[in-house]
Design a protein around this ligand. Structure first.
Ligand SMILES: NC(=O)c1ccc[n+]([C@@H]2O[C@H](COP(=O)([O-])OP(=O)(O)OC[C@H]3O[C@@H](n4cnc5c(N)ncnc54)[C@H](OP(=O)(O)O)[C@@H]3O)[C@@H](O)[C@H]2O)c1
Length: 163
């Protein structure tokens, strides 16, 4: 598995299982990585557009930060009325994928008790590690959001409601 990281995150992603790490502050990842089965984009924009170049034909690009597409409306949201809007919104990545025979999907997080129970089991088993950047008291929630918005948090920020 390959991933991008800056030197700030390199030790963390290596510990989490990355075999290949591309420093995104110095190198364009699509020149270093080729022919992967899939790519998972957490950044969107230009990073999403470039992700198609690292995936082989028949593969899949999934984005958490790009545009929702028609399957998001039909399957994930159960709102077929949104198909035309999402079709238009995702035209860029879908056309990019069509040219390379790579599918595009948007990952939409939605509340699900059974998914959370499954995640909790995997965390208890040690299959998933929860990475916590920091734990802050409620009084410091403003600073915590500012840190999150900086785009450089390393994992989750937990807010303590009671001291
Ligand atoms: N679709 C959904 O339902 C859904 C749900 C939740 C979140 N999201 C979206 O998912 C995205 C990711 O959120 P997140 O909570 O994981 O955190 P985030 O705060 O966006 O990501 C922080 C991490 O990304 C690294 N990073 C920043 N720019 C990068 C780049 N150009 N290339 C590679 N790595 C980069 C930073 O590393 P360095 O500090 O080392 O630079 C930092 O470790 C956000 O856009 C969020 O809005 C979507």
């Amino acid at each position: 598995m390959a991933t991008t990281a800056s030197p700030r995150g390199e030790a963390l992603v290596r510990r989490l299982g990355a075999d290949v790490i591309v420093d995104y502050t110095k190198e364009a990842f699509e020149t270093a990585l080729k022919d992967y089965d899939g790519a998972f984009d957490l950044v969107g924009g230009d990073t999403l557009a470039r992700s198609f170049a690292v995936v082989k034909p028949g593969g899949l690009v999934v984005s958490l930060a790009g545009a929702p597409e028609p399957t998001t409306a039909r399957k994930d949201l159960g709102r077929p009325g949104l198909v035309p809007l999402f079709w238009l919104a995702s035209l860029g990545p879908r056309l990019r994928g069509l040219g390379r025979k790579v599918r595009y999907r948007y990952l939409f997080m939605h509340p699900s008790g059974s998914d959370l129970a499954d995640l909790a089991r995997r965390i208890d088993d040690g299959a998933i590690e929860v990475v916590i950047d920091r734990i802050v008291p409620f009084a410091q929630i403003g600073e915590a959001f500012a840190h999150l918005e900086s785009g450089h948090a390393k994992g989750k920020i937990v807010v303590r409601m009671l001291d």
